[in-house]
Design a protein around this ligand. Sequence first.
Ligand code: BGC
Length: 349
Amino acid sequence: MKAITVIPGRPDQVRVGDLDEPRPGPDDLLVEGRLLGICGTDTDIVESHDYGWPPPGRDRLVIGHESLGTVLQAPPGTPFVPGDLVAGMVRRPDPVPCEPCGHGEPDFCRNGLYTERGIKELDGYGSQRWVVDTQYAIKLDPALGDCGVLLEPASVLAKAWEQTERIFGRATWRPRIALVTGAGPIGLLAALLGVQRGLEVHVLDIGDHGPKRRLVTDLGAAFHLGEARDMGVIPDVVIETTGHGPLVFELAELVAPDSVICLLGISPSTRREKAGLDEINKRMVLKNTVLFGSVNASPRNFGQAADALAKADLGWLKRLITRRVPMSGFVDGLHKRPEDVKVVVDLQA
Ligand code: BGC
């Protein structure tokens, strides 16, 4: 079977080559890969020198963590049967395990020894067939079809919103106005989940190309172009997806009292700026501001994401997938075009 393998940090070394068929263990599903979503993490693994780790003793990693496939073979007595539409989870607990990993929350791993499919020391889902332990597989509503490939990014948002809501549990008032910064796939899914929660959602971006403005307004949310301070919106909650450091501190100054800012974006830059930090500190203290980061998702969050996708408008979800490339087009897919939202690899082409 064919698989997409990479040597992290070596863009000239991306290959589509033959690998042995995977052999399912007693608890594994054997899955026919259908689609693989591409995200910024994949670009970082291929192009930057500080992200992505092949399995120990190897120099190549099967890339891909946004999966979608069809079950070919399932262990008896499990909730899975051949034909089920499934996606695999990304992170596995560390071997020690640390306390969160021991309690089924590897997304909160404390010793950094967790592994991640397609990212850190475990082969990913970028192959024509793959196996996954049933405890790390999620069954999807078959009506979702190709849109099931959005499960993994949606799980990151399910966690972000869950954690945000838990933080709001510290007081009795409920947030009303949400701001999402960045209208990429993560930002658009953040907006979807915000609208599903009944919030007034605003999405800010620096560019107005491609379908993102329409995708935002078709959700019933507002699209803003330019600077956060010029929007005329004082958010109660922010989901930040750009990873642009200066924006984070601008947001800390802009938000309403008692607000929560959830950081989801990472940028490869190493900008250092010290301007105004004492002032920001003072404002955050006096306004009870919470600024927190969130990564990955627990099995519970994958379940929440599957529910969120199942109740979303399918026509809207389909418009998020703007380009399909064959396996040989993976490198092309890493480079986003202005009209792209989510690029996916067709694992059977
Ligand atoms: C993935 C997460 C992963 C994170 C860090 C993200 O792109 O969606 O599942 O934990 O990268 O490796």
